[in-house]
Design a protein around this ligand. Sequence first.
Ligand SMILES: [Zn+2]
Length: 422
Amino acid sequence: MPGLPDYEASQAGEGDDVPVGGTSNPLVRVLLSRSFGAVTRVYVSANGPFRISDDQGNTVVSGTSETVAIVSVVPDAITPGTYRVQASVDGVSKIFPTSPLLTATTFSGDTMIQLGATAVTKRQAYRGAAGFSATTSGRVRVVNIAGLEEYLQGVVKAEIGGSAPIEAMKAQAVAARTYTVHNLGRMASEGADLDDTTRSQGYLGVSGETPAILRAVRETRGQVIVYNGSPIDAMYCTECGGVTAQGPPSEPYLRPVTTPGCETKAPWTLKLDAKQAESFAKSVSGVPLGSVKSIAVTKTDDSGRATEVTLTGATDTRAVSGVRIRQVLGADILRSTLFTVKSEADGGFTFTGRGWGHGLGMCQCGAIARASGDKPESYSQILGAYYSDTKVTALTPDMIRRAVPSVGPSARAGGKLKGRGY
Ligand SMILES: [Zn+2]
């Protein structure tokens, strides 16, 4: 990887509890769009010596723990209408006009890069290195480049919280590791593999690390879920609503699983009055249907989720998918496709449903329930319950090479939404 001559991905020691052989720690590039998605400058420091280099490996800035460098975007003098990044310290700019990418690296695996969006906000610490490039709209694109294991230390808390039982945290670590390996290269057009939002997985950097989370990652180091020998697309969800969703035919390990922990949560409802229903029916079907006479779930998958909904209006009738309805109403408004619809006396309609999200794969609510109580399940039992006919095994370099070419952005275009939040 250009610009990272000093960074060793496998710097972390081998855990004592790890199955021997075949462990691997590939670099993961995480687009930090949650914290740095719309900034024109980034404040960069470290808790020890660091340097910012161009894509040829030339040092642009050398810093100590006292240095705060600013990486910002400037118009490109050679190609009008485009931008490039520059670095400055104490007001002195260092422009390397031929470098589209600057990389901040430290000299020791124990030193962390600290990044802030403004001069006064507390800078957030990240393990590994940070890459900076300019977007076409003149913003700084910030990518954290960390070893897979160090990256996961910042994912678990963002995804399942800091107080889940240890076996649930371990299940989360293995699911997130597998999801990451399967999706390496997914955001290649943005110079990244994944981002730190619900489009992929939450990620907090060093601020997400707790003793329990470090233990969960360490004790599952290098372990992934495989089906027919390949790491699976380990989707997981917050609340399945009592039963997980049916995956596509290409992912036979995602099957409906009845799960404890979610069924006790109160169902959600969404009301549309007659006028809202008419406008919704037009938006979702693409044609005016007139005043809506009925909204009926006409097909479901094996988990009971609505796969087809028929809208009957005064002038026309249309069938649409449940996923399409969530897209139109909003994924956080109509929380899942596990719903029923009832018509109201006033001409409106009420959706009543359970769960929140796509419902695919491991349910975090259910994982916590399974890891609690008198007979807590182990992380491998939990994963075995949610990912049918799979096994947990050691990640090998061979698995990583196979994963990369299969998940380019084009392979995702037009497919179902794959992010965590949907
Ligand atoms: Zn659940």
